[in-house]
Design a protein around this ligand. Structure first.
Ligand SMILES: Nc1ncnc2c1ncn2[C@@H]1O[C@H](COP(=O)(O)OP(=O)(O)OP(=O)(O)O)[C@@H](O)[C@H]1O
Ligand SMILES: [Mg+2]
Length: 318
């Protein structure tokens, strides 16, 4: 079972307009509403790929019911802490030019000490039954930047393996707890390593992943958008996977789908290179869907044969 923890989930509204006009009235051609948040996405894709998943975190107000309904429809088990505040709404506006959407993200509710304690009780209940616990996304108001570090330590004591996907300080602190698996994208990896140059290609991403792997001692995957993703495992073996070319609509949730595909493969008893291929196919499938919609199994299955994963050889010593 894969337990996902979303501390600040959302209801995502994608608005489609024909040219975005600032300081003016815009006619909305179509609106799509979906459940969002890293763990929520991850659970949905993992179940789509045959794994069992329980989603937890914080939910409150009218949006809570909507998110629960989406999860039920997609056969994701869920057990969230009910909070006093209202789960946030995020808006994205797609202007029809193919440019990335303009997004408006609310901050979400402030979490009280009592609500945080109730989440810990849920983690203590589910973590011993979980092969993997996935933490990801922003930390809500009321909780510290160190939250992931503390939660990762806590669930690892129950013997669960942990994957962490966050940015900035929450990720930096989280890494101190040595998560079994981290998945920064290329930009996040540059920030984590303090690089002043960008990671331009998969070969450079492998080197960056090797450096991060020394810090975490776990599996490190760096995702590189349309190029694909690389993985360095705890034994130092390195893999590089090219993403298939797809007609891109929205890459929101592609990173979560990559993790979901890999965990679903591990749950099905697969190792490398299949796990990376499953992840890349899931990420690419999600890139073909609108807004925060996720890739579905038929698309993932169709893309899988065109994912190329090869073992990366280490660079000669300098
Ligand atoms: N444009 C694309 N074409 C094909 N595959 C893609 C594309 N964008 C993403 N993918 C696939 O999805 C994976 C994850 O995407 P990406 O690197 O964009 O993650 P991310 O930046 O963490 O995304 P997010 O945090 O929004 O979920 C990539 O490794 C790739 O396999
Ligand atoms: Mg991401």
């Amino acid at each position: 079972m894969i337990l996902t923890v979303t501390l600040n989930p959302s209801v995502d509204h994608a608005l489609f307009v024909d040219g975005l006009k600032l300081c003016d009235t815009n006619r909305v051609l179509r609106t799509e509403v979906d459940a969002g948040g890293k763990g929520v996405n991850l659970s949905r894709v993992a179940v789509e790929m045959g794994a069992m998943s329980v989603a937890t975190g914080f939910l409150g107000g009218g949006n809570a019911g909507f998110i629960r309904k989406v999860l039920v429809r997609q056969h994701v088990l869920h057990d969230f802490v009910d909070v006093h505040g209202e789960t946030r709404t995020n808006f994205s506006v797609e202007d029809g030019t193919g440019a990335p959407p303009t997004t408006f993200n609310e901050r979400g509710p402030t979490i009280s000490e009592d609500e945080y304690e109730r989440l810990i009780e849920k983690l203590d209940h589910y973590a011993p039954r979980a092969a993997w616990v996935a933490f990801g996304g922003s930390i809500p108001q009321g909780l510290q930047a160190e939250t992931y570090r503390d939660l990762v330590r806590r669930v690892r004591k129950h013997g669960a393996r942990v994957v962490l996907d966050a940015d900035g300080d929450p990720m930096r602190f989280g890494i101190e707890a040595r998560p079994d698996f981290i998945k920064p994208n290329a930009r996040e990896a540059e920030r984590l390593l303090g690089l002043t140059t960008t990671i331009p290609d998969l070969a450079s991403a492998v080197e960056a992943a090797r450096r991060l792997q020394v810090q975490t001692e776990g599996l490190v995957v760096i995702s590189c958008g349309e190029q694909g993703a690389v993985a360095v495992d705890r034994d130092g073996s390195a893999w590089s996977g090219e993403s298939p070319r797809v007609e891109v609509r929205s890459t929101i949730g592609s990173g979560d789908s990559l993790i979901a595909g890999m965990l679903a493969a591990f749950e099905a008893g697969r190792g490398f290179p299949e796990a990376l291929a499953w992840g890349i196919a899931a990420g690419a499938a999600t890139a073909t869907t609108d807004g925060s919609e996720i890739g579905r199994k038929p698309t993932i299955d169709a893309l899988l044969p065109s994912v190329r994963v090869t073992e990366a050889t280490p660079l000669p010593p300098r």
